[in-house]
Design a protein around this ligand. Structure first.
Ligand SMILES: NC(=O)c1ccc[n+]([C@@H]2O[C@H](COP(=O)([O-])OP(=O)(O)OC[C@H]3O[C@@H](n4cnc5c(N)ncnc54)[C@H](OP(=O)(O)O)[C@@H]3O)[C@@H](O)[C@H]2O)c1
Length: 281
């Protein structure tokens, strides 16, 4: 199975399908990530707040895969938005991953009610990592349209991606559209709504018609919309299942039926980025 790539706005590309490690216990992360690499995943999505970057690094090293075949993303801890903290923690991320360069580094949450509402100086700090060659691309996560406009207007540096909650129950269309308008690729987090969409009758019906699973149909819906996805699982058979989504396609009617499952704000599973203010102890 060949995973397509998506062109980013800085002349680089990213594999459209990756493997997410949110809630993979740190002590299991090396083994689980190693299994994902064995299945064929080459794009890994971690974060400082997941506490498992070291396990990802261990798996990358033990895989023996060439660095240029791998795509690694991490994200800034909510507690480290002050530029000096961002710089120090970025150094630590590279050390934990065992890399001298990361493919993509994101501001995890905008935290508009923290740090005096200043996520712009944090964004400028991330831009330094591109300038010094230690990050190939930088981006944001959970940024609303006004947050995107603000960093672009004030710094002129356009994020490569915006990683946001998107799944059939939460289409997040306004943020997808605002990102697209600025040339920012969308990464859809919790792409199968942490399992919540898998027994939906519309999705199980389409899955049965294709002889596929509900997870495959849902992931296929995302990739046909052009978004980047990285489902998480600790089960090898599910890693394989979620990887096999490039040898069938959904019709326009099937796509529309899944899109119509959108429940607006009621479909959100994670926090609202406008009010999310959690900082780890
Ligand atoms: N930027 C952000 O703020 C943010 C927030 C959330 C997530 N993310 C990223 O997005 C990634 C994915 O999101 P997520 O982990 O929240 O949710 P998800 O990928 O939508 O769903 C993961 C859940 O679905 C189950 N699952 C996976 N494949 C399955 C299959 N084929 N059949 C049945 N169940 C299946 C998993 O169970 P098992 O593990 O037990 O198999 C797990 O409970 C994360 O790992 C992380 O990288 C980012």
């Amino acid at each position: 199975m060949t995973v397509p790539t998506i062109a980013l706005n800085n002349q680089t590309t990213i594999p459209q399908l990756g493997f997410g490690v949110f809630q993979v216990p740190p002590e299991e992360t090396a083994e689980v990530t190693g299994q994902a690499l064995e299945v064929g995943y080459r794009h890994i999505d971690t974060a400082q707040m997941y506490g498992n970057e070291a396990g990802v690094g261990e798996a990358l090293r033990s895989s023996g895969l060439p660095r240029e075949d791998l795509y690694v993303t991490s994200k800034l801890n909510n507690g480290f938005h002050e530029p000096d903290d961002a710089r120090r923690s970025f150094d630590e991320t590279l050390t934990r991953l065992g890399l001298d360069r990361i493919d993509l580094f994101l501001i995890h949450w905008p935290l508009p009610t923290r740090y005096g509402g200043d996520f712009v100086s944090t964004w400028r700090a991330l831009a330094e990592f591109v300038e010094d060659g230690r990050a190939t691309s930088i981006g944001v996560s959970n940024f609303q349209p006004d947050h995107l406009d603000r960093i672009v207007d004030e710094t002129g540096v356009v994020p490569a991606v915006n990683q946001i909650e998107v799944h059939p129950y939460f289409g997040n269309e306004a943020v997808r559209a605002a990102s697209a308008k600025l040339g920012i690729a969308v990464e859809a987090w919790s792409p199968i709504a942490q399992g919540a969409v898998l027994d939906d009758e519309v999705i199980t019906g389409i899955a049965a018609a294709h002889g596929r699973t509900p997870s495959q149909v849902t992931l296929r819906w995302h990739v046909q919309r052009g978004d980047i996805v990285f489902p998480k699982t600790t089960h090898v058979e599910r890693m394989r299942e979620n990887f096999e989504i490039f040898d069938f396609s959904l019709t326009a009617d099937e796509m529309a039926a899944i899109t119509a499952l959108d429940r607006g704000e009621d479909g959100r599973r994670g926090p609202n980025p406008d009010t999310m203010d959690w900082i780890p102890e």
